[in-house]
Design a binder for this molecule. Structure first.
Ligand SMILES: C[S@@+](CC[C@H](N)C(=O)[O-])C[C@H]1O[C@@H](n2cnc3c(N)ncnc32)[C@H](O)[C@@H]1O
Length: 235
């Protein structure tokens, strides 16, 4: 079936977060560009997901869930609530549209992070927790929920702050101070991120600077601002 034949009768939604490549040359103009998503995916999936059961927490338009499927994951579950329930910045319309256009087998569940448990979503070889940590008021508790359903590897992408400090520390952002967004609250430093997942039972940790954020090593004044990192952690 070609792209035109598989195109649903519904018009594409507006207000995309992810820039997706869909069949027939169709693209969505998301806030997060295809270039940024592409380089981020190379880091997120650097250890491979072929044959793995993958959970994508905070999936929104589903780029990383669909990408896991494209890279050969055995099963993918995408979850979200804030952006799927209508109470956040969007709805699930983009995910559902892309899912239909891609003829995807990715499963989905509208569930918020505090409700994520082995009983509610099962356990998964790989859990993606990308761009969510700084949005939650209780980051350690949120990580604990993600960890509770991780069989092998947890992947966290987040803003970081205070990376120059020699101790685990987390910065609180009042109001809209982080990214001019009132739904952002916390940015841990790398030591804090690692300490939290070690306390949650992960024994090996790998940190990779986000490929789309500039390294700040030559600009000490920026150590105090936020950077971004992708952390892979194994049990
Ligand atoms: C920046 S987007 C990241 C989307 C995708 N994971 C990515 O990395 O491109 C933030 C995601 O976190 C979710 N989110 C925002 N606030 C949240 C909260 N308080 N609790 C749980 N999830 C939240 C949103 O629904 C959205 O899917």
């Amino acid at each position: 079936m070609d792209g035109a034949q598989s195109r649903p009768e519904v018009a594409p939604p507006t207000g995309w977060f992810h820039s997706l490549s869909l069949p027939g040359g169709e693209t969505t103009q998301g806030v997060k560009s295809a270039q940024v998503l592409g380089v981020e995916a190379e880091v997120v999936f650097k250890h491979g997901v072929a044959g793995k059961r993958v959970l994508d927490v905070g999936s929104w338009d589903g780029f990383f869930a669909f990408e896991a499927e494209r890279r050969g994951a055995a099963a993918v579950l995408a979850t979200d609530h804030f952006c799927w329930s209508g109470e956040g910045w969007g709805t699930k319309a983009g995910f559902d549209y892309a899912h239909a256009r891609l003829a995807s087998k990715v499963e989905s569940l509208d569930i918020d992070v505090p409700q994520i448990t082995p009983e509610s979503v099962g356990t998964h070889d790989v859990v993606l927790f990308l761009g969510v940590l700084y949005h939650v008021k209780d980051p350690l508790q949120a990580l604990a929920h993600a960890a509770s359903v991780t069989g092998e590897m947890l992947v966290v992408e987040t803003a970081t702050a205070l990376d120059v400090l020699p101790w685990p520390a987390m910065r609180y952002y009042q109001g809209s101070d982080l990214g001019d967004d009132p739904t952002n609250f916390w940015a841990p430093n790398r030591r804090c991120l690692e300490a939290m997942v070690r306390d949650l039972g992960f024994s090996r940790v790998e940190m990779t600077g986000h490929p789309a954020t500039k390294p700040h090593w030559r600009a000490p004044e920026l150590y105090w601002k936020h950077n971004r990192v992708v952390m892979h952690a194994w049990r």
